[in-house]
Design a protein around this ligand. Structure first.
Ligand code: NI
Ligand code: MN
Length: 225
């Protein structure tokens, strides 16, 4: 299982021979290192409707013919934008794809789409695969039900730590204690001044206050999980 970080909340997860793009905000992402017209994928998963998560989904899906997975409302909107292939799901639902199972989990946040269309409820993403389980929290506040998500047994938890729009560093430590992942990977920080964080300090605090190993990924980097 390989994970590539594109800055902000955008990742590519390669598992089971499939390449899954998550929240592909590439154009306009100051930390991004790859052009939207260069990225390759078999699937795109969108956690919620905000522009910094939907990002380049429409253009990438049209070029690659990737299957786009999101909630019902966002999939309907994507179809109207000309996305050829979507798979709609909703909170609590799991479905088995080529890469493994994806479950949409709760997230406490908003989800309006860039043109003002209602985007349903925001989601977290729980990937259960033969090579391990990965949770991408999307944008969310801390919530105690994270312990239920962690019960799946997580190789990695990808958590927003930027504060202001999502949980910040302190709440992320509580999230890690609830989720009990082996690896804690920060995202949604230092993309813009309002979510600037000292990520070295965060990593130190994860080591001191949780049983997880912090994994800070530089934008453009790939790790084997
Ligand atoms: Ni958001
Ligand atoms: Mn966001």
């Amino acid at each position: 299982m390989k994970l590539t970080f594109f800055g902000h909340s955008a990742f590519a997860l390669e598992v089971g021979g499939q390449r899954i793009l998550i929240d592909p905000f590439l154009t306009g992402n100051p930390l991004n290192t790859i052009a939207a017209d260069q990225v390759q994928c078999d699937y795109i998963v969108v956690s919620h409707g905000h522009g910094d998560h939907v990002g380049d989904t429409v253009q990438i899906a049209q070029r690659t013919n990737a299957l786009v997975i999101s909630n019902h409302e966002i999939c309907q909107w994507l179809q109207k934008q000309g996305v050829p292939r979507t798979h709609d799901m909703h909170l609590g639902g799991s479905f088995r794809f080529d890469f493994g199972t994806l479950k949409l989990t709760i997230a406490h946040h908003g989800s309006v789409l860039p043109d003002g269309t209602y985007g349903g409820n925001p989601a977290g993403l729980l990937f259960k695969t033969a090579e391990g389980n990965v949770y991408h929290a999307g944008d969310t506040a801390l919530f105690s039900d994270m312990s239920l998500i962690g019960a799946a047994g997580l190789r990695a938890a990808i958590l927003p730590v930027g504060d202001n729009y999502t949980m910040g560093p302190e709440d992320s430590l509580a999230a890690i204690r609830l989720l009990q992942p082996q690896l804690a990977i920060p995202c949604h920080y230092s993309t813009f001044p309002v979510i600037e964080q000292d990520i070295t300090l965060w990593a130190q605090q994860v080591r001191q206050n949780t049983s997880a190993a912090p994994l800070v990924m530089a934008p453009g980097s790939t790790v084997e999980l």
